[in-house]
Design a binder for this molecule. Sequence first.
Ligand code: 4AD
Ligand code: MG
Length: 477
Amino acid sequence: MQLYSVSQLLKQENKLPEVEVKGWVRTFRANRFIALNDGSTLNNIQCVVDFETMEEAVLKRITTGAALHIKGELVESQGKGQAVEIIVSELEVLGDSDPEAYPIQPKKHSFEFLREHAHLRTRTNTFSAVMRLRSALSYAVHKYFNDHGFYYMHTPIITGSDAEGAGEMFKVTKLDVKNPPINGNGKVDYSKDFFGKETNLTVSGQLEAETYAMSLGKVYTFGPTFRAENSNTSRHLSEFWMIEPEVAFMDLPGNMDLAEDFMKYVLNYVLEHNRDDLDFLEQRLLNEEKTKPQAERSDMSLIEKLKFVIDNNFKRVSYTEAIDILRNCKPNKKKKFKFPIEEWGTDLQSEHERYLVEKHFKCPVILFDYPANIKAFYMRLNEDGKTVRAMDILFPGIGEIVGGSQREERLEVLKEKMAALDIPEEELWWYLDLRKYGTAVHSGFGLGFERLVMFVTGMGNIRDVIPYPRTPQNAEF
Ligand code: 4AD
Ligand code: MG
């Protein structure tokens, strides 16, 4: 007897006298047909039991959600819908599932309901497809960078710095929060804390990645990052995964080329390797679209969207050009933007980003050369003295998916910038060292992994593309 996965069994072309499989019951019909799934594929293997010879007590335990171990003969199926099936010779119930209580009944469940049962939701086709794609995408990320001479670097989760300077950090402390030690200034004395200083969960591995780029050349991180921003949107998480490459001797145009090539590679990877799951999710979306009025329906299917991104150049547009477009456009016949663009220098809202991508250019857009004062301290100041070599990549249906820049490599300019923003040099002495010893042009970017998974799977809410989403007021699991 050999143990097979369902996916392996469904690919068999010949009869096999003895096979073995383990999985969970999706449905049990007519006291005879078990649809068994083990997570290896969307499809179930049909296992046929002979209810006349099987013990009544065992038959009763074959319920939706139960875990089974089945042995039998793999044969050509007599019924419709599947090529092969197993004629069961031995069946063991490994784990019972109370049919009255089991939450994942064989019917349509809302995503809200499934979020409340996040520990069981991958027993549905939609969530198992999404999570298999998430896994494949993360493999493709590692494969791309490994094939292109990058080293995978593990940046710390607990840090003492605020890479983005946005102050939206979760504190890490062992202090008694009700009764912390207080210093002479009446403030909490973090020198008495576990690490002897104030620490937080990282918002980005970039600063540490820069240190390795300036010795190993090409590196990337791929790990969890944390933001304590109170944004309750369908595109923000408090804990999300970020992919951050960092490359020495690379300027901003090189950074754009890298990001575009990389994103096209990972999209192509899943198109080639995960077509069944993509086809299933595409069909799910097409069915959902049918319930919308014609005008709101998307003009491209999920797979057409992926191919479109792979086959077309991302449009590169400066912030200044974008502002001109946004000032002179009519986003809607009647409506204006909720936040009209008054002047050069204002930050773009997601309505502006989506207008540029979805209505104006109708393709992914790389916006670059942003005003210095709306971007982080480490970005390379341009010769005009007012813009920085930043880039954001905007995707249809998602908005910002990548944020990156060429880094300020000049010690004096960086110090001035930090002083202007009240960032103490003592905190980032090691970061400044890079500009003292063999400084060089270097660049990198951060791709929000969940936003990529949203784009690939067509899921509309970021909470549905990560196993256990963390958002304000929600860390149930
Ligand atoms: O634009 P951000 O803040 O850039 C950085 O953190 C840089 N240090 C990256 C770098 O240059 N190495 O974040 C990068 C990306 C965003 O474009 C977005 O896709 C994602 O991370 N992101 C979030 N995803 C989910 N939830 C959130 N709260 C996110 N905040 C950012
Ligand atoms: Mg950003």
